[in-house]
Design a protein around this ligand. Structure first.
Ligand code: MLT
Length: 404
């Protein structure tokens, strides 16, 4: 008789955004006349930039001709894309990353879930609380988190690093030593950032205790302040302890077309074993590459027009962030984030729980957001709004909240 991976049975409920999607669909079905404004999941609304679309069209045409047709992509991704990444995302910031340290993928969500494959089940993870749920859920699926304690809403074998108003929503070095540390800056869900000196402390700590940092930099394009690092490799000795995950979803609108990459430096070693080789083995065996047409479109993000057009998109969303932040503040809410990130983190009013506020916004104002407690126990009493809606809908949502 076969056996299932019963770690899945330990997972409470469904994936956060699936739960929200079901609730919203049920409300929409029961209330077909209501105009629901969705500021919940961080999904973009602007169409792909013209330079990206041109590259897609051109690549599709190439696929229609025998001489230019492309089959399986190379294991690590096409060199044209990895070279553009190395030059623009790293060299331009004074960081040297070789193209064989870059692994192109179908997105940061998959990579942040899959990266656990190369680590022993015996490792203890440390996560920010609140946190992007994929890190914890995928470790739970792998059997690395112990069991879920419903009373504390915590896994028994996870080190939680509370990110609260008292810590400016940044984690502090944990009292217990972890093996794998997940960091995401600019942060999802709180929109908080840390400066380079603060990130350097994490790198020094990881190198000292022999931990590896999984650094999710999916929101890097939204950084507006000077002292916020764009990549962890701006920090000294980070190549000896950090893996960085990047996305094309948020900086260039690829949520529906899927593209991302992970950097695993060759210096990163566990004893004599190179993590780069392990991830290359995993990538080669379990993944057949992002489509050629998508990789060509990704390359176009780094063209002069692509850079200009995607920067305009980021500015559009950051203007939404400003509308949300200023509007909520003028309505008396306590708000953070939204300066270096497309997420606004607000304190729920009148001591409502996160889910009570979710229900209130959905049912009374027909606005969808994300309950802070869905990201972890320290998110209770908080709520996340995304700046990825249209400007018109964002404005209307804030007007509804202000007039409530
Ligand atoms: C979010 O809303 O947290 C993100 O869109 C989820 C993701 O990028 O997978």
């Amino acid at each position: 008789m076969y056996k299932i991976n019963d770690n899945y049975l330990k997972l409470p409920g469904s994936y956060l955004f699936s739960t929200i999607g079901k609730k919203v669909n049920a409300f929409a079905t029961a209330n077909p006349d209501k105009k629901i404004i969705r500021l919940g999941i961080g999904d973009v609304t602007l169409p792909l930039a013209p330079a990206v679309i041109d590259a897609f069209h051109k690549a599709v045409d190439e696929m229609a001709v025998k001489e230019t047709f492309m089959g399986y992509a190379p294991d690590l991704g096409y060199e044209f894309l990895r070279s553009a990444i190395a030059k623009n995302d790293f060299e331009a910031r004074g960081v040297k990353i070789d193209i064989d340290e870059i692994f192109v993928s179908d997105g940061a969500k998959s990579d942040s879930g899959n990266i656990g494959d190369i680590f022993s089940v015996d490792n203890k993870i440390a996560v920010c609380d609140p946190v992007y749920p994929v890190y914890v859920d995928t470790n739970a699926m792998a059997g690395r988190t112990g069991v879920f304690d419903a009373a504390t809403e915590r896994w028994t074998n996870v080190i939680y690093m509370p990110c609260t108003a008292e810590t400016n929503f940044a984690p502090e070095l944990p009292a217990e030593t972890p093996d794998i540390i997940y960091l995401c800056f600019p942060n999802n869900p709180t929109g908080a950032t840390i400066n380079k000196d603060e990130l350097q402390k994490w790198v020094d700590y990881a190198n000292k205790v022999g931990a590896v940092i999984i650094y999710d930099a999916a929101y890097e394009a939204y950084i507006s302040e000077d002292d916020v690092p764009h990549t962890i490799y701006e920090c000294k000795d980070a190549k000896g302890c950090a893996i960085e995950i990047r996305s094309f979803s948020k900086n260039a609108g690829f949520t529906g077309t899927r593209l991302g990459y992970t950097v695993v430096p060759k210096e990163l070693k566990c004893g004599d074993v190179s993590l780069n080789s392990l991830w290359a083995r995993r990538h080669g065996t379990k993944f057949n590459g992002a489509p050629y047409i998508t990789q060509r479109a990704g390359e176009a993000v780094y063209s002069p027009e692509g850079k200009k057009q995607t920067a305009e998109q980021v500015a559009y969303y950051m203007n939404n962030a400003k509308v949300i932040k200023n509007g909520l503040e003028s309505a008396g809410y306590t708000v953070s984030g939204g300066v270096n990130a497309p997420y606004i983190w607000l304190k729920t009013p009148n001591n409502m729980t996160s889910w009570q506020f979710f229900d209130y916004l959905l049912e009374e104002l027909n606005i969808v957001g994300t309950p802070g407690s869905g990201f972890g126990p320290s998110g209770e009493g908080y709520f996340r709004l995304t700046a990825f809606g249209t400007y018109e809908n964002t404005l209307e949502a804030i007007e509804r909240i202000k007039n409530a």
